[in-house]
Design a protein around this ligand. Structure first.
Ligand code: MN
Length: 327
């Protein structure tokens, strides 16, 4: 989301880590081992990280930035940033709250609406309104200018609002490709029973189901709602980055059932295999993000995420000269 270029400039970061991916295995090995999962040790948790402080993005989104590229771009790859606006009551207002026109280049913004309604409009012609359970997957790629607001109808009637915005990186080969907008409705997401929980598959494959989102690199994204207390177990490719974000309630993970408190996030060990196990009480909701790491340098500066400083400087010039368009 990242409201303004001013904030953007304050949020400078440059990374060029050349970390090697150890022990990457083929996805097939997970499939073959799936039947033996009962006897395998659950995948180890590498770490649990607290979110940043709560802050306003524009006047519509009171978020905690749960992770951001400056934290450890290689550990998070292909994911970059996650903002969570927890459930919050908004009074009726004739004014449409949100974030005005601003640019992006080099990645995707994925917005999950949980409560309330969000309207998006971009310079590539993408746009629409999403409501509870819906997701919009906006590929900025070569560059768009967009605005993100509460819908007019939601602003006027007021009510509870909750959303997540995830930034997904693009590989160098796709950063200058054409922008794309995918509105994805709650009813399109296949449901997968995970013991005491139910998952909604947004992107990639989980069990026998595949989510509707088109992605530029291999990934699986789903959320899970625990209707009862217990353990949900899923198979995801080892060698991938796997992150768990509990939106509400705490999740235990790994062989020691390490606690991932609500609104913190857990990172599974990329070099370990075994099933992902999530232990939670009834009512817990969590987002699970798994993806093949890009293994490329990340230069993130405000609303632009490229591979090098010069590419970000070029993005500023292109935005300022109007090459990313206007609303
Ligand atoms: Mn934005």
């Amino acid at each position: 989301m990242l409201a303004t270029l001013g904030a953007a400039v304050a949020a400078i970061a440059g990374w060029a880590l050349g970390s090697k991916l150890l022990g990457r295995r083929k996805q097939e090995s997970d499939m073959q081992q799936a039947s033996a999962s009962q006897t395998r040790s659950p995948r180890a948790l590498q770490g649990v990280y607290p979110p940043g402080p709560e802050h306003w993005v524009g006047d519509g989104f009171y978020v905690k930035t749960v992770f951001w590229p400056q934290l450890d771009a290689q550990m998070l790859s292909p994911f970059l940033l996650l903002d969570h606006a927890a459930k919050r009551q908004f009074d009726p207002s004739p004014h449409r709250r949100g974030v005005g026109e601003h640019p992006h280049r080099g990645f995707e913004t994925v917005t999950f609406a949980y409560r309330g309604e969000i309207e998006h409009r971009d310079s590539a012609g993408g746009g629409g309104r999403i409501g509870p359970g819906d997701v919009q997957w906006m590929t900025a790629a070569s560059g768009v200018v967009h605005e993100e607001k509460h819908s007019q109808a939601f602003s006027e009637r007021g009510g509870e609002f909750e959303m997540v915005q995830l930034w997904v990186n693009l590989p160098a080969s796709k950063k200058m490709s054409a922008p794309r907008y995918q509105p994805l409705l709650d009813r399109e997401f296949p449901r997968v029973a995970l013991g005491p929980g139910e998952a909604r598959v947004i992107a990639g494959t989980l069990g026998a189901e595949t989510g509707p989102a088109k992605t530029h690199t291999p990934m699986t994204t789903f959320d899970v709602h625990f209707h009862e207390s217990g353990t949900a177990e899923v198979e995801l490719p080892d060698g991938w980055t796997t992150l768990v974000f509990p939106l509400e309630g705490d999740v235990g993970a790994g062989p020691e059932r390490t606690a991932i408190p609500s609104r913190h996030f857990g990172v599974f060990d990329r070099n370990d295999d075994g099933p992902i196990q999530l232990h939670a009480n009834a009512g817990t909701r969590a987002l699970v993000l798994a993806g093949e790491p890009l293994d490329e340098p990340v230069f993130a500066y405000g609303p632009f995420v490229m591979n090098t400083r010069e590419e970000v400087a070029q993005a500023f010039r292109d935005y300022q000269s109007g090459r990313m368009g206007h609303l």
